[in-house]
Design a protein around this ligand. Structure first.
Ligand SMILES: CC(=O)SCCNC(=O)CCNC(=O)[C@H](O)C(C)(C)COP(=O)(O)OP(=O)(O)OC[C@H]1O[C@@H](n2cnc3c(N)ncnc32)[C@H](O)[C@@H]1OP(=O)(O)O
Ligand SMILES: CC(C)C(=O)C(=O)O
Length: 556
């Protein structure tokens, strides 16, 4: 890289628009959308789509709700021409959908393009020519009057050809290609030349592309507001934008352009297109949706849309792609997981969406909450507890969450990889000896209302029958075990709840216990709540064994 990049690169000049209004504008309705996946997207593919892929993509766009679809560049190849014909001849274009096709301003190509549309109910003929200085001078070798003559000549040609086919409702789209790097006066003159040649008052779309995005989105917004003030004076004129994404701000540029008065947005699904792509229409649409404005496009099954687009484009959508990527609704980091878990717990039916770190409810896009939290070495107790609760119905008390997360962390440090909900369950089951059989214990109610317990303890090689009395089964059981163990055993806290329902319901008991100098939890799961509690006592003692003075082997 250069030490002094200013010797090679020039900053984009700002627009003199001191009374700009777009910064205070709020987008309150969806724009007209045009998908150019089958044209601008297609022309950027390593292998352009064949007819089958194009048709599949077209049908997807119709299902999603696009009313304007650029279906190709019919003069470029027979395949493209035939595709347009097929849509028309086979009656595949719904009545409320208008197809658009593109042509350069060249006589034979314009003629072929209009020919491709014969018999269409309604069609947009899109003609373009570059207007910025480098293109004028280097690519076309034309001065400004020469550029205007090109526009006038080819728009007039389109008018003649389309007037001869009155069975179709015709709309002209004119794009001053390279608009964003051209002088605004030249772009305006080109647009007004097109309006004049097409016939004032006839339906026309003036499409303003940032063919190569070269400035910050606020500059694009200024350019669009400047143009809208002038173009909206022409009856029937629709102002459209076509942002590319060279600086990575195509979406922002489109949004500010809408604030600046644009009526229509062109782009591709998931941002396919030349170089860094076209504007991502899904992104802009769903940004609107999260502000409470329905975009008029339906992404209720975003994964199906993504699969279809990946298949047709033969390009993957990045796992972090806004709204659609595999990982965009997933949190790995502990503090994010904690906040999400708490917010889900606090959420009530009908609340507005206010879940931290999730700008949209994944369910609105057909995604589940399954992937919202995934556990790796960056995770904490909240994430672990969330997975055990959502997948296995365990509502771990807070201090148990802390204790178990340390167990998980140790395993994670060794393995260094993600643990699934099933992995966590296995670890939980092993740590709390959940598979161990229920202890043998004979319980009897005493005349004074207390409970008496007899149980068998195996201390080293020796079996011992122990007896205890207490306020209830847990208390009695703990009393029975305490004396031979030499370490004082106390119950500090107790929680229980049901998992499952009906005949399959089971009880889970969580006991926090003090065993000698150690405080730790035991967990028991059983169809019977008393058995679950006794199992939880045994679970805690089993875990405490290593630090106990007596050589406890089992409680049976
Ligand atoms: C911003 C955009 O996305 S524009 C992208 C347009 N899409 C495509 O180019 C894909 C389809 N294109 C094609 O199939 C071909 O390029 C064609 C059929 C359009 C033209 O093919 P060719 O005649 O072989 O020309 P080529 O591809 O080299 O294009 C360059 C010529 O077109 C001219 N040209 C470029 N844009 C335009 C335009 N908008 N209007 C008129 N002429 C144009 C160039 O000045 C150059 O002319 P020259 O040969 O006299 O110097
Ligand atoms: C011709 C226009 C609309 C275009 O594709 C572009 O400039 O990027």
């Amino acid at each position: 890289m250069l030490k002094h990049p200013q010797q090679k690169y020039r900053p984009f000049p700002p627009v003199a628009l001191r009374d700009r209004t777009w910064p205070d504008a709020v987008i309150q309705r969806a724009p007209i959308w045009l998908s150019t996946d089958l044209r601008d997207g297609n022309q950027a593919l390593i292998e352009p789509m064949d007819a089958a892929r194009k048709l599949r993509f077209f049908e997807l766009l119709v299902r999603v709700g696009f009313k304007e679809i650029e279906v190709g560049f019919p003069a470029s190849s027979q395949t493209e021409f035939d595709f347009v014909r097929r849509l028309i001849d086979e009656g595949r274009i719904p009545d409320d959908v208008t197809i658009q096709v593109m042509t350069p301003a060249r006589e034979e190509l314009v003629a072929r393009t209009v020919e491709s549309l014969r018999g269409a109910r309604r069609a947009i003929v899109h003609v373009y020519n570059a207007v910025a200085p480098v293109w004028r001078e280097v690519v076309f070798g034309l001065d400004v009057p020469g550029v205007m003559a090109l526009v006038r000549q080819h728009v007039a040609q389109i008018r003649r050809l389309t007037d001869a086919a009155p069975e179709t409702e015709w709309v002209l789209q004119y794009s001053p290609e390279t608009f964003s790097s051209a002088e605004l006066e030249v772009s305006l003159q080109a647009c007004e030349t097109a309006i004049e040649a097409w016939g004032p008052g006839r339906p026309i779309i003036l499409n303003l592309p940032s063919t190569v995005e070269g400035a910050t989105p606020n500059i694009f917004a200024d350019q669009i507001e400047w143009m809208c003030r002038r173009l909206h004076r022409h009856p029937g004129a629709v102002v459209s934008v076509h942002p590319h994404n060279d600086r990575g701000t195509g979406v922002a540029a489109a949004e500010l352009a809408l604030q600046a008065g644009a009526d229509r947005v062109e782009g591709c699904l998931f941002g396919n297109g030349e170089r860094t792509g076209n504007l991502d229409l899904v992104n802009v649409a769903l940004n609107l949706y999260t502000q409470g404005v329905h975009p008029g496009l339906d992404f209720s099954d975003i994964d199906e849309v993504r699969r279809c687009v990946e298949h047709c484009n033969q390009l993957p959508v990045h796992p972090r792609h806004p709204y659609a990527g595999d990982l965009v609704y997933t949190s790995f980091s502990g503090s994010h997981q904690d906040a999400i878990k708490k917010a889900f717990a606090a959420r009530r039916e009908g609340d507005v969406w206010a879940i931290p770190y999730l700008p949209i409810d994944p369910k609105d896009l057909g995604r589940s909450y399954d992937a919202v939290i995934r556990v790796n070495s960056q995770s904490g107790k909240g994430g672990i507890a969330y997975l055990l609760e959502t997948e296995y119905g365990l509502e771990l008390p807070r201090r148990l969450q802390i204790e178990f997360s340390q167990v998980v962390q140790r395993v994670m440090d060794e393995a260094g990889k993600e643990l699934t909900a099933a992995d966590l369950w296995q670890l939980f089951e092993a740590e709390f000896a959940l598979q161990a059989p229920a202890p043998w214990a004979r319980l009897s109610a005493q005349p004074d209302g207390r409970t008496r317990v007899e149980a068998d303890l195996k201390l080293g090689a020796e079996m011992r029958r122990v007896v205890g009395e207490g306020n209830g089964p847990i208390d009695a059981f703990v009393q029975a075990l305490s004396a031979p163990l030499a370490d004082p055993v106390r119950v500090l806290d107790y929680h229980e709840h049901a998992i499952g329902s009906g005949a399959d319901a089971r009880a889970v008991a969580y006991l926090e216990m003090r065993v000698g100098a150690q405080t730790l939890h035991g967990v028991g799961i059983d169809a019977n709540i008393v058995q679950a509690s006794l199992k939880a006592v045994c679970s805690a003692l089993t875990r405490a064994r290593a630090t106990m003075r007596a050589d406890l082997e089992t409680v049976r």
